[in-house]
Design a protein around this ligand. Sequence first.
Ligand code: BMA
Length: 319
Amino acid sequence: MTTSLAALPWEDRREGTREVVWRYSRNPVIRGDALPTSNSIFNSAVVRFGDGYAGVFRCDDRTRAMRLHRGFSDDGIEWEIDPEPIRFVCGDSDLAEFVYGYDPRVVEVEETYYLTWCNWYHGPTIGVASTDDFERFHQLENAFLPFNRNGVLFPRRIGGRFAMLSRPSDDGHTPFGDVFYSESPDLTFWGKHRHVLGTVPNSWQSTKVGSGPAPLETPDGWLLVYHGVLTSCNGFVYSAGVALLDLDEPWRVLARAKPYVFAPQTDYERVGDVPNVVFPSAIVSDDDRLVLYYGAADTVTALAFAYVDELVRFAKEQS
Ligand code: BMA
């Protein structure tokens, strides 16, 4: 539960540069081998917790099993990650078998933290769990049928219901994918599915798109940072874009920037287990500034910074 606001990990934009999103000079902040058993730590979730930060990390181990580990940090940069994976408390034996979990997102709704992740249940789908303390995680029903990925909860109810974005997919390295919106009164039963974002031909987001961090509420709409994928001769290229969604009917897209706002350009984004990937998965913010946590090249975790109003303006002016 949030008690007081920890300082935002922050570094000003370098003088003379004009990027809307700029990288932390000491990236990456978490190396792939930060745990004795880890191959890679990336595409992970961070939230404010107490007077610091907590996170749920995608740690692929050295057997290449995809696991979720919790972690804590005073400053959002130096992390203590639990070497043991999270063991979910689950009352339903049909759901309790953990085969794999990856690409977690965490969001606080009504003073409870909710974790969503890509969870195996006869294929990838959206796992959901709640926690108050990052000690005990209670696994709830999977939100959807397989196959689905990139399930991201909104930080408050909309029209009295929990709301989630997700990306229906296939069982493999999906060569398609649009973002959809769904609602639930109780986090068990989901419906009112609406189409939100599709792909854009001949662009950085021509193959598939998927939500990044939980949408950030602004006076101009929900600010959504999402990933878009291009299929190149050398495989997928994952970049990030921004859109604004209507506050009351988030399936209505108010603005969507045509250019990416952030794409793989540094060595640690271009070289790794999967080259050419930036995968934004968490935002922490104060009123004006935001910090983006992202996975780079499916290997490490990195930080980038932006001003909220500049991202909103980018979404509108480049729409
Ligand atoms: C997606 C997911 C992500 C990953 C990306 C690039 O399908 O597996 O975790 O970052 O591919 O490999």
